[in-house]
Ligand binder design. Sequence first.
Ligand SMILES: CC(C)(COP(=O)(O)OP(=O)(O)OC[C@H]1O[C@@H](n2cnc3c(N)ncnc32)[C@H](O)[C@@H]1OP(=O)(O)O)[C@@H](O)C(=O)NCCC(=O)NCCS
Length: 439
Amino acid sequence: MSTLPHPEAFVRWFRQAAPYVHAFRGRTFVVGFGGELVAERGRFVKFLHDLNLLAALGIRLVLVHGARPQIEAELRAKRQRSRYAKGLRITDAPSLVAVKHAAGFLRVEIEALLSQGLPNSPMAGAQIRVASGNFIAAKPIGVLDGVDFQFTGMVRKVDSAAIARRLEAGEVVLVPHIGYSPTGEVFNLTWEDVAENVARALKADKLLLYVDQLPTGRRGQIISELTAREAETLLKKDGLTAAAARAIEHGLRAVRASVGRVHLLSRRAEGATLLELFTHSGVGTMITADPVERLRQAKIEDIGGILALIEPLEADGTLVKRNRERLEQEISNFEVIEHDGTIRACAALYPYAQEKVAELACLAVAPEYRDAGYGERLLQACEARAKEMKIRRIFALTTRAQHWFLTQSFKEAGVSVLPEQRQTLYNWKRGSKVFLKRL
Ligand SMILES: CC(C)(COP(=O)(O)OP(=O)(O)OC[C@H]1O[C@@H](n2cnc3c(N)ncnc32)[C@H](O)[C@@H]1OP(=O)(O)O)[C@@H](O)C(=O)NCCC(=O)NCCS
């Protein structure tokens, strides 16, 4: 029996990967790649081997491929020339023949390699069934800036129900860069367009796109994570190849629609698929949707976040001290602005129903997010809540933010305007100023 060279490393690796294996079972991944990847035979065989492994782990896989170099080669052999405009092929009638040949050839190649299962492993022969078909309805791009793109098209509709049925049956689905029109015409599409639309139609958990270049930071390091907004900013800068930019554009649309995450991976890096999916740090660039920001009523789980926000303000005397117990009791009085799980701002409203007045208190915005309108939004939310309770006036006590309240249409008032119960609690030593606003 052979012994492992580094058993500790293996155990550590296995422990790291296992949660991902568990989390990915039954999930849908759309994998898009260009014909360039297929053209490098040795690398492509290993790439498909890794995809076979994903399928064997119970991941529902849809593969979308392109065929640009294969179409070029065919046209060259026939001494026909390739014409491009706006980075897209102008598919005339002879090119369309080359497109069909290349797509047919690639389908057979890919099916053959997927049929191998996992060679040189105990799972060799665990054959994976591949389904391909007319899943994509397409329409012509038409004439752009005077250029007729002829048989170059774009996705019109994806038959997601048909794809889902194949996935349900445990098959890997192969979707070429070809679409059909209801009138029986054939269109040549970009694989990025097809991959985006298939992922959107299936509401895929992940869309993996293999590109010639990954986005890099100032020191040349690969950017491992981008929000949709950051990806958008990146697209406005120079420095990306046309192919990488196109992949990012489509990835961005996918993630803004219904796709969980988009991963850009280098088509040249061996094992990139497994490293990206099963290690913490990954090797590619993950694009996520913009984090959602929500203004909502606070919950008991927010107490930690609220305390982190107000404690420094209590320490410097800006806010009156509230301990955890008091927060727990009063949590339903609080509104918070939450951003991707962290509390950025909070405010509380304490109604005095009889007097038809309420106190706005504990208004705090995290220092790094001040002057961005959070304070005003919280005030508006508290005012709306007060109005629902038929409250006519709202007051606040402050030692530091007098002018802010003035800009929000509060007027300075005396302690005598406070409800009696609140007057008895007024801290004369603190000397807060009272501001009042009629709703
Ligand atoms: C007061 C506070 C809640 C304002 O929130 P914010 O989200 O930064 O404010 P907004 O974005 O809604 O409003 C910004 C405007 O108010 C002004 N402003 C902010 N804080 C101010 C202050 N303490 N005094 C005077 N003006 C102030 C800003 O200059 C800005 O004016 P501009 O639009 O003309 O540039 C925030 O500064 C804070 O948390 N302060 C510490 C806690 C505090 O003092 N709370 C009040 C006691 S209950």
